[in-house]
Design a protein around this ligand. Sequence first.
Ligand SMILES: *Cc1c(COP(=O)(O)O)cnc(C)c1O
Length: 365
Amino acid sequence: MKSYKLLTPGPLTTTDSVKEKMLFDHCTWDEDYKRITQKIRAELLRLAHVQEPEYTVVLMQGSGTFGVESVLTSVVGPEDRLLIVANGAYGLRMENIAQHAAIPYLLYEKKDSERPEASEIAEILSKNPDITHVSMVHSETTSGILNDIRSVGEEVKKAGCTFIVDAMSSFGGVDIPAAEWGIDFMISSANKCIQGVPGFSFIIADTKKLEESAGKARSLSLDLYDQWKSMNRDGKWRFTSPTHVVLAFEQALEEMEREGGIEARGRRYAENNRLLIQKMKELGFRPYLAEEIQGPVITTFYYPENCHFTFDEMYQYIKERGYVLYPGKTVEAETFRVGNIGEIYREDIEKVAAIMREFLEDRQR
Ligand SMILES: *Cc1c(COP(=O)(O)O)cnc(C)c1O
């Protein structure tokens, strides 16, 4: 099979050195392996600008959704009520999780091209004093919008509620000081901005609130507290851990540090995102979101006017030339998406723009 680079928001293109770490079959019970788990946990805390004992980290097998489901079903008790703030598919997925687990909730939904406002959330909280938890997506990968979790966090704290943030496609690419922004549970996964491979999610948690969740979990395998209890003792995962993924993730964290940490990575993403939008505009593609709310990791574009091709035709053409795009996921309009997280550089953006130009010229003939 011909190889290509992924312009998708995860899994994404990783380095060969990250992939090479997976050639070793590591055992899980010995000190070496447990030490790697503990090292990863410590490093994630540092990246979130928080410390033990106030905060702690839990790694959870599965994709990002497993992490979100683990938090929602372990932390929100039967007597609690969750406010789900949604402006895209990942916010709505939280509602789906709540429905499956019979978690009492209230949904506050916005269009996927609009940010939920902190003032509106403050009003909902004051009108609904029974709400105990608020959950929200930071970078809504559906459209590429970057939500203002900082302002929302302030209101959530004022109301005395617990703040749960899905920072899946932002953590590591956008600097998020968890405590300062009032975040009690922050979820991300191995295969997004840290640039590892898929296989586990991680949760940066307020230790006290995590301890309070003991015994509340509705699922055995996704029990956040039990997973933490075991892992926190000596680094041992409760059930079989994705060893190859963990080794690759350790390497990915080191490479991120070598690049210059979150700051340098965030800069690369933001610069490539701006370049992508500029090049696409030159070709007649309009971005779906207003500039002020566009996040740095993925961009939704409208098809050009009088467009004579389908997504599949464009996708195939570009894939044959080395890059993979993403179909649109917005409900409002006919769109497609181009991600720029992962091992993607300026040259890649320029190349993709050139291929796109060639494709459009080809279609016009
Ligand atoms: C990727 C992603 C998830 C998790 O999706 P999985 O398919 O379970 O990995 C959740 N929320 C957001 C915002 C995401 O980008």
